[in-house]
Write a protein that binds this ligand. Structure first.
Ligand code: NAP
Length: 523
């Protein structure tokens, strides 16, 4: 049995006391155990502030970019081993595991490239300019320039169970490029992949001492020790996010917090979509991908599907037909395309969620019961069938409140108008992403204005781009990830924008000639 240790203050700490168990969700066989008991969190922060921060701060953009590139290469050279671990501990199919591991490697690579372009633009300057120098009054020499300067704090990252690799290293990539040392805490139940990546990283010496620490198990009193220059980037459920925002001392000290929480992402099919046409089949494909990939355990997965009343029965049939090709089971068995959900608790939550949402409508395929999976012993494994729920009457009931974090969607007929489509988006009370499918520019335009305020990302699929778009559940480093309201109100990634969380925007006011000379810009 593997005992996950924490990489803290330059050493591996093996926790004692109560151990949390990590299992293979397809077989329920124990894989590992973890505890952070005995970790001295004051020392963790001292180590990050005393060693990691000065070391990372002294590095140029080019040096940090090179560091990210080398970390990406390191993980890439252990890709097969990491994919295996993701399959064992996460219940991932190989494709799911790639989504996580390659997502981590790709995001590190994308931020390495950003670092290279910042190096080319800024040279040794450690700040990022924000806009141009402005004349502030009538006095010609009195100028103002906004800029971002790196904060002098520690970045604490708390991640969800569904992306142990991507979640850990998409956050790390951004923080490191901004010059922040990180303390990362993966969700315990699926921490095996993050732990192995931490082992590789610690042995490689690629990140300066104190620049990376990993806590396996509870975060103890780490959060309550954070100060005014520190930050917490949290990904997980809305409930936990709300609790962590209220960590004692956070409000008083102004600890910066970013929350990426749950989300009732939607798709809205436009009234101009033709049965079997480009828009139609792209929407069907997206729905089925999001239900089956990672067994629907993506924060960005589609949960609500709005279809014009005149098309809804055919659309529902097309989704059910496409799902019939999927096989639920042990992802190590050939032919299986949908693995188990990640934990016993997840199984309880998903089945309870399906039951609650379906109470206002009916289950079309799948159901709220655990099923046996191909290649796993009868009664073993946390398997659920991909489930489609049909809700008539604009989806009354909890469909707009309960995030079923598994392979399930609800289909909601609507009148086809942009007003009702956008209103439906808003009923999710803030989402990470949603998608509208139409060639009608006026309809799309109204969706943007009325639906946009509820969304962190909005995908607009028209026929000519339908075969080129990524599935809406895919987070790309160049666009922001996060959403308003119940999605947490946070923002990550988005190219250079992601760095801002780890930096302070300061408005400099002074002699524009002097400022120009110091900053190295045309004044
Ligand atoms: P969760 O139960 O809220 O846990 C998230 C993280 O918080 C875990 O690392 C957990 O640690 C930690 N945590 C719990 N209590 C804590 C405390 N008192 N102090 C410090 N850390 C604490 O969420 P989950 O079940 O892992 O993830 C599923 C949820 O995450 C879904 O709702 C999904 O929508 C959301 N999610 C959102 C995004 C996004 O980007 N918006 C991405 C992925 C997932 P332990 O595991 O040790 O308890």
């Amino acid at each position: 049995m593997i005992r996950l240790k924490s990489w803290v203050y330059g050493t591996w700490h093996e926790g004692n006391g109560k151990l949390a168990a990590l299992v293979n969700p397809a077989t329920e066989a124990p894989l590992a155990e973890a505890s952070s008991e005995g970790v001295d969190f004051a020392r963790v922060l001292d180590h990050a502030r005393g060693q990691g921060l000065p070391a990372l701060s002294s590095m140029s953009w080019a040096e940090r970019a090179l560091m990210l590139k080398n970390v990406a290469k390191l993980f890439h050279s252990h890709r097969e081993e990491l994919l295996d671990l993701a399959q064992q501990n996460g219940g991932n199919t190989r494709g799911d595991a790639k989504f996580d591991i390659d997502g981590a490697i790709g995001t590190l690579g994308a931020y390495a490239s950003l670092g290279e372009s910042l190096a080319a633009k800024l040279g040794d300057r450690k700040f990022i300019l924000d806009g141009e120098m402005a004349q502030l009054t009538r006095a010609p020499r009195f100028g103002g320039q906004h800029l971002w300067v790196p904060r002098k704090g520690v970045a604490v990252h708390v991640n969800a169970f569904n992306f142990p690799a991507w979640g850990t290293f998409e956050k790390a990539a951004v923080a490191w490029l901004a010059g922040a040392p990180i303390v990362s805490k993966p969700a315990t139940a699926t921490a095996l992949v993050a732990f192995r990546m931490a082992e590789l990283l610690a042995a490689s010496g690629l990140v300066p001492e104190g620049g990376f620490q990993l806590v396996c198990g509870s975060a103890g009193d780490l959060l309550s020790r954070l100060g005014a220059q520190d930050s917490l980037a949290f990904t997980g459920s809305n409930n936990t996010g709300a609790m962590l925002r209220n960590t004692p001392g956070f409000a008083e000290r102004g600890v910066r917090v970013n929350v990426e929480a749950d989300s009732l992402n939607a798709v809205v099919l436009g009234p101009d979509a033709e049965i079997g046409g480009e828009l139609w089949s792209t929407a069907v494909r997206h729905v089925v991908t999001d239900m089956t990939q990672k067994t629907g355990q993506k924060c960005t997965a589609i949960r609500r599907v709005a279809v014009p009343e005149s098309l809804v029965n055919e659309f529902q049939e097309a989704v059910v037909e496409a799902l019939a090709a999927h096989v639920v089971g042990n992802p190590l068995v050939v032919g299986v395309t949908v693995g188990p959900v990640a934990t016993a608790q997840q199984l309880r939550d998903v089945t309870a969620g399906i039951r609650a949402v379906a109470a206002s409508g009916r289950v079309v395929t799948g159901g709220a019961e655990r099923v046996d999976g191909r290649g796993s012993d009868a009664g073993k494994g946390y398997f659920v069938s991909p489930t489609v729920i049909r809700l008539d009457g604009a989806g009354a009931g909890p469909v707009h409140d309960i995030e079923v974090f598994g392979p399930s969607v609800s289909i909601l007929p609507y009148d086809g108008s942009a007003a009702e489509g956008a209103a439906l988006l808003g009923r999710g009370q803030g989402s990470l992403v949603s998608t509208a499918y139409s060639d009608d520019r006026a309809w799309l335009g109204q969706m943007i204005v009325d639906g946009g305020p509820w969304l962190g990302r909005f995908m607009l699929v028209s026929s000519k781009v339908a075969d080129q778009v990524t599935a809406p559940g895919m987070v790309l480093p160049s666009c922001v990830h996060g959403g308003p309201g119940r999605a947490g109100g946070g923002e990550e990634l988005g190219h250079e924008r992601g760095l801002e969380f780890y930096m302070q925007r300061t408005a400099l006011q002074g002699d524009r000639v002097v400022l120009g000379k110091i900053l190295g810009i045309e004044a």
